[in-house]
Design a protein around this ligand. Structure first.
Ligand SMILES: C[S@@+](CC[C@H](N)C(=O)[O-])C[C@H]1O[C@@H](n2cnc3c(N)ncnc32)[C@H](O)[C@@H]1O
Length: 290
């Protein structure tokens, strides 16, 4: 079961009153459900790339009837139809969900043997296995270095290229064993963790255009409206931090979290996956007319 991260904090940053909410990454609908429950006057539009997430969130949010409208797709592509200055609160809880990580058939985790797919939206794009088979050695090294900060990126990229001479279909186990030959772990961290993260980010192009997507969300806020973003790794958080810094420098936004908000100990004890979460929030200045 997916446990929503920083739920109390997401609720506490909601402007009052909140009438129109956008959830860019609805997942299992935990944040959306709590927001709609607390703000009886609000309606919500939500996105997720993952069909299964949309199915589950739709069922969970059905109690709110027409107040919740869900769309399968990437929020970075889905914002064009939303009027400017219409949102009171936009939230984005980036990255992968436990639903995806714990699905033993989708290839997100080395804990289960499965085809190495890793696509959040399997309707299109290259699977992780396709990337391993088609990217150049240099490109593989770049993916592992840039998205996984993997010190053994070069050696692993070389091993992938050697291995693919005889292998066309990669599984999670095959990839994890190959990486473990070269990479080092540490207590509590499997040596293939970084490489899995890197490959997942590349497969879903998670960082591409994220800055533009966040800028667009900020544009859609009404004066006094807020944008709250949860990032799970430093690469993502760096992008959020830079976008928010530029918004603040434009003079039209106030940064409500000079330091990112992290989960309380109580939350990380109950949900260790929350450990790396960081929440940042900006508010569009009430007097702003853009
Ligand atoms: C951490 S989960 C969200 C959990 C949700 N906030 C909750 O409370 O249940 C992240 C979700 O974002 C989705 N996702 C990631 N990037 C996305 C994007 N660019 N557009 C739409 N959905 C995205 C993933 O498919 C995943 O379901």
């Amino acid at each position: 079961m997916h446990v929503s991260v920083l739920l109390r904090e997401i609720l506490s940053f909601a402007p009052k009153p909140t009438r129109r909410i956008l959830d860019a990454t609805v997942g299992m609908g935990g944040h959306s459900h709590a927001l709609l429950k607390e703000h009886e006057e609000a309606s919500l539009i939500a996105f997720d790339r993952d069909e299964r997430a949309i199915e589950l969130a739709s069922a969970r949010l059905a109690v709110f009837g027409s107040r919740a409208e869900l769309h399968q797709g990437d929020f970075r592509d889905g914002l064009a139809s939303i009027p400017r200055q219409s949102l009171c609160y936009a939230v984005a809880d980036l990255g992968v969900s436990s639903l995806q990580l714990d699905d033993k058939d989708r290839g997100f985790s080395f804990r289960f043997d499965a085809p190495l797919d890793m696509r959040m939206d399997p309707r299109g794009g290259r699977s992780a296995s396709d990337i391993l088979n088609t990217a150049s050695e240099r490109e593989l090294e770049r993916i592992l270095t840039e998205f996984g900060e993997e010190p053994k990126a070069r050696a692993i990229a070389r091993s992938i290229v050697m291995e693919r001479r005889t292998r066309s279909n990669w599984t999670t186990s095959a990839f994890a064993s190959l990486v473990r030959r070269d990479a080092h772990g540490r207590p509590g961290l499997d040596p293939s963790t970084r490489a899995f993260q890197a490959l997942r980010i590349a497969t879903n192009r998670e960082l591409e255009g994220l800055d533009k997507g966040l800028d667009r969300l900020a544009e859609l806020l009404r004066p006094g409206g807020r944008l709250a973003v949860i990032a799970f790794h430093s690469l993502e958080d760096r992008i959020v931090k830079n976008v928010f810094r530029n918004l603040k420098m434009s003079g039209a936004f106030e940064l409500l979290t000079p330091k990112p908000v992290a989960p309380q100990d109580e939350e990380t004890r109950a949900n260790p996956r929350a450990r790396s979460a960081k929440l940042r929030v900006v508010e569009k200045r009430p007097e702003t007319v853009s």
